[in-house]
Design a protein around this ligand. Structure first.
Ligand code: FPP
Length: 246
């Protein structure tokens, strides 16, 4: 089935104006703990929320939804939890790619995902290539992603180009940096949501968040749904964005 969410379930006017929404999906562990379940159960429920919210993003007319699935700092977690998360990711790509493709979704990855297990990298590359020609919204998944790491990689790329004489130092500006980011060619970030009541960026999209609106909700990620996304977009619609002007 193309979609299980009908537009009349969404409680927001389509004129929210947001093109690109990113989400720090936090609270899986606490969701599980409240139910006396192991943390993996929270992550599994988190994947269900990813499915719901990806469908809702399409219905709500977003051009891009970026999801923080695994940070460059998440390697500090116990090896068993890291393995569980990688397993869920692998299964998600295998199980959900057909639906994404059928709906014209383009899958993108941000972050240094090439450091992941070689077979997972292969799976990801094939999935990204399969959907690359689609014309629908982008679902970007942040894997082994850190905003500082991304900026270090950009600095290295530009320094190498300068040393090779391919770019003048004076030409290294905002546009050149934008074009080297993992998010190159994606729409500017409009709204950054963090669930579970925490109010920090945790190294997510540091450059891209420069003028993003921030939205924090106490909802734990596994409970996040289309109505929660619609509520965030409704709040966004009422924000007065001045980008440093008046
Ligand atoms: C934060 O919750 C969540 C994560 C570190 C992982 C997010 C992963 C998923 C939603 C599932 C995999 C994603 C995809 C795209 C298949 P936490 O564990 O830090 O929660 P806590 O702060 O309550 O412990």
């Amino acid at each position: 089935m193309a979609s299980q969410i009908q537009p009349d379930h969404l409680q927001v006017a389509p004129d929210h104006g947001a093109r690109h929404v990113a989400i720090i999906m936090d609270g899986n562990g606490r969701w599980a703990k409240k139910r006396f379940l192991p943390r993996i159960a929270g992550h599994r429920a988190g994947v269900e929320a990813v499915r719901r919210v990806s469908r809702a993003a399409r219905e709500l007319g977003l051009e891009c939804l970026t999801l923080y699935a695994f940070s460059s700092e998440n390697w500090k977690r116990p090896a068993s939890e890291v393995a569980d998360l990688m397993g869920l990711l692998r299964h998600f790509i295998q199980a959900d790619l057909d639906e994404f493709h059928a709906n014209g979704v383009r899958l993108r990855i941000i972050g240094n995902y090439r450091a992941l297990d070689a077979s997972l990298v292969q799976l990801i590359d094939a999935a990204v290539a399969r959907t690359a020609g689609n014309s629908g919204p982008v679902i970007a998944i942040a894997l082994n992603y850190g905003g500082q790491d991304e900026l270090v990689r950009v600095a290295q790329t530009l320094a190498q180009r300068a040393v090779a004489g391919d770019i003048a130092v004076d030409d290294i500006g905002i546009e050149a940096i934008d074009a080297c980011l993992d998010t190159a060619e994606l729409p500017p970030l409009d709204l950054l949501i963090r669930t579970s009541g925490e109010q920090r960026l945790s190294n997510f999209m540091l450059w891209q968040a420069a003028y993003a609106e921030l939205y924090f909700t106490d909802i734990l990620w596994p409970d996040f749904d289309s109505a929660a996304l619609a509520a965030a977009l409704d709040a966004f619609r009422l924000r007065d964005r001045r980008f440093g002007g008046l």
